[in-house]
Write a protein that binds this ligand. Structure first.
Ligand SMILES: [Zn+2]
Length: 489
């Protein structure tokens, strides 16, 4: 099971972090080979495009992606021994000294499936020709990987769909009518004429688009870079309902390009007129506060994953949650950070660590006193070192320190994490929301076909139950997102 989850992680990293490439786990097979020619495959009707096969044999490569079906399919060979008989050592889950991370290895081979080649000039990335051992940081795609996925594999042109939920039950699947296909998208909240509605933002080939309502609304161009990678997260910081925002991780890296210190900064586009006009900018995280909601020094917010925004209706403050990206250091890479409120359009307050590192985009949802332990908020994540890919939840509330350090909201009564369901795993971002008395979580599973599943719990912590498994007909190529305007919060 850990190997299967790691293989799904290797595929989902492209779905989540690139705008090209698309991988879906369709099950296991007893086959060890695929016909070499297209004709051979037409005769034998293979229903898959890649298989991963372990070879108990010696090779000077740990792994090799071999074109099959005349180039339409790939067999990925993973060898057990080096030439001379020494074992290749593979790990899943936590980084292990001297061991190669299996998820990173499969992500690399799936890059070859997209016909991406090794970089020639020492670029530090997942597609580098020799894979570093003792780290799991190569699970996250670097600039070279994203750039090549765009140039070689192209643009993942898919159609967005949604379902409304009302008092716990889900409506029919509906298509979002856009003038163009998208590579990924996200849902958020939009305020208009005294009420809230659900909006969405998408990455498209012409720089992204925003729609104020899910059904039948006209698109507004976002003017993002053509190849944006993670996100997008449309969000209303409800302290200021006049301003719509779309957050995304910037395609072009911070730091020295192609080096290990390369990073991805979170940026935004914001608008007070439904994106008729708009202002782009970069998002900073405060590193130290000088007085209440006043920042003394800040740095760029970095993440390899989509960021999440919730609403703390006890404090009436937005809550921003993200996984920190640090490609040079396993110790802080993936650290889940929580920041409550906002200081300016460009800066959020100093954050707290949730005390966990997540391999996926976390989900956040709040409702005053309704989370376990009389807490207000839940955050769902997948522990980076968990080779089972289990979804876990922590709960907390935010306490304001107005006249004493740390001069901001601080997490209190942090409880967890608890496992949502020992039978449910994910390698994609988590959507969380609160509606009509229950907390909800939606994920793209690692079950055969990777269909979406929705769970709910009265306190967001105990007794999670599977509300709905939408089946293969509601398959999503990317992580689901969710937004709730229940009771105006
Ligand atoms: Zn390779």
């Amino acid at each position: 099971m850990p190997t299967v989850v790691a293989a799904v992680m290797g595929g989902d990293v492209w779905n989540e972090q690139a705008t090209g490439g698309h991988f879906r786990y369709m099950g296991t097979t007893t086959l060890t080979d695929i016909p070499p020619t297209y004709l051979g495959c037409v005769v034998s009707h293979p229903s898959f495009e890649s298989i991963i096969v372990a070879f108990d044999a010696e090779s000077d490569h740990l792994s090799y992606a071999e074109p099959k079906c005349g180039g339409y399919a790939t067999r990925i060979k993973v060898y057990s021994k080096r030439i001379g008989g020494r074992l290749w050592r593979l790990s899943t889950g936590a980084p292990k000294e001297g061991y190669t991370d299996f998820a990173s290895l499969i992500a690399h081979e799936f890059g070859h499936v997209q016909k991406i080649l090794h970089p020639r000039c020492g670029e530090n990335c997942t597609m580098a020709g020799s894979i570093a051992s003792g780290t799991i940081r190569l699970r996250d795609l670097a600039y070279y990987d994203n750039k090549c996925s765009w140039e070689v594999s192209g643009y993942r042109a898919i159609t967005p769909y949604f379902r409304f939920q009302d008092h716990g039950s889900f409506g029919q699947e509906q298509q979002i009518a856009l003038g163009t296909s998208v590579s990924k998208g996200g849902a958020g909240i939009h305020y208009v004429s005294g009420g809230y509605d659900i909006n969405a933002a998408f990455f498209t080939f012409n720089g992204g688009t925003w729609v104020p309502y899910l059904a039948g609304a006209s698109e507004k161009p976002l003017g993002l870079f053509t190849v944006t990678s993670r996100g997008p997260t449309p969000a209303l910081w409800r302290e200021d309902v006049t301003m719509d925002r779309v957050f995304y991780t910037h395609y072009y890296p911070l730091g020295v390009i192609y080096s290990e210190s390369e990073s991805l900064g979170v940026s935004y586009v914001r608008s007070s007129d439904s994106f008729q006009t708009k202002t782009p900018g970069d998002l900073y995280r405060c590193d130290s506060m000088s007085s209440w909601m006043t920042c003394a020094s800040s740095s760029r917010m970095t993440s390899a994953e989509r960021i999440s925004v919730g609403w703390d209706d006890f404090n009436n403050r937005s809550v921003t949650v993200w996984t920190n990206l640090n490609r040079a250091n396993d110790a802080t890479n993936g650290d889940v950070r929580v920041s409550t409120g906002y200081i300016s359009h460009t800066t959020i307050p100093e954050s707290d660590s949730l005390g966990v590192k997540s391999s996926v985009s976390p989900g956040v949802a709040c409702k005053a006193y309704q989370a376990y332990g009389e807490n207000d908020c839940i955050v769902a994540y997948v522990e980076q070192t968990d080779n089972q890919g289990l979804v876990r939840v922590k709960t907390f509330w935010n306490r304001p320190f107005q006249s004493s350090p740390p001069y901001r909201y601080k997490l209190e009564n942090l409880l967890g994490g608890v496992v949502l369901d020992p039978n449910m795993r994910t390698a994609s971002g988590i959507a969380a929301w609160y509606q009509n008395g229950r907390f909800y979580i939606a994920v793209r599973t690692t079950w055969f076909g990777q269909n979406l599943a929705v769970y709910s719990s009265a306190d967001g912590y105990t007794s999670w139950s599977l509300d709905s498994s939408f089946g293969a007909n509601t398959y999503s190529a990317t992580a689901p997102s969710a937004a709730s305007c229940f009771a105006g919060v």
